[in-house]
Design a protein around this ligand. Structure first.
Ligand SMILES: [Fe+2]
Ligand SMILES: [Fe+2]
Length: 154
């Protein structure tokens, strides 16, 4: 929850986001970087933070897992949130919003599937797309579970 609040604080001002695009570029294919470049700077910064923490703790993590961590929220770029939506959507737990059809909440709920689709269409790695698809519902997938844990911590 603390991570969520901290992240919420950072989500207000797009001009304050400082994503490490060079670091991300070194870990993504050209096609994947094209998807990354279309993400909101705040989501890029968040993805890079999640990936850097994960890679720091697991230096032997597969390259696909690190790439998926960088890109995991790319599905949110199908529709830009306004400031109020960012706050509200960030506060509504996933389990309570299943089936919501309201614009911003719908995007939030669908962003894992949309993100995976974007990476596949762009020609990114299949395993990267697969991990993105599962990052909020990892089930038995160990790598997706790790991504989920680090995403929650950030
Ligand atoms: Fe997500
Ligand atoms: Fe995330």
């Amino acid at each position: 929850m603390l991570g969520k609040i901290k992240r919420l604080g950072r989500s207000f001002f797009v001009s304050q986001a400082r994503p490490d695009d060079v670091w991300a570029h070194q870990r993504l294919t050209r096609a994947e970087y094209g998807v990354y470049a279309r993400m909101d700077p705040r989501d890029r910064e968040h993805g890079v933070r999640v990936a850097q923490k994960l890679e720091g703790d697991y230096p032997d993590a597969r390259a696909e897992l690190v790439a998926a961590a960088i890109l995991h929220d790319c599905g949110k770029s199908v529709r830009k949130y306004n400031v109020l939506e960012r706050v509200l959507v960030g506060l509504i737990p996933y389990r309570l919003s299943a089936g919501w059809t309201l614009g911003a909440v719908k995007v939030r709920n669908e962003h894992p599937a949309r993100g995976a689709e974007m990476v596949r269409l762009a020609g990114g790695r299949q395993d990267v797309a697969h991990l993105i698809e599962q990052h909020h519902s990892p089930r038995a997938d160990v790598e997706a579970g790790l991504l989920h844990d680090y995403d929650t911590l950030e």
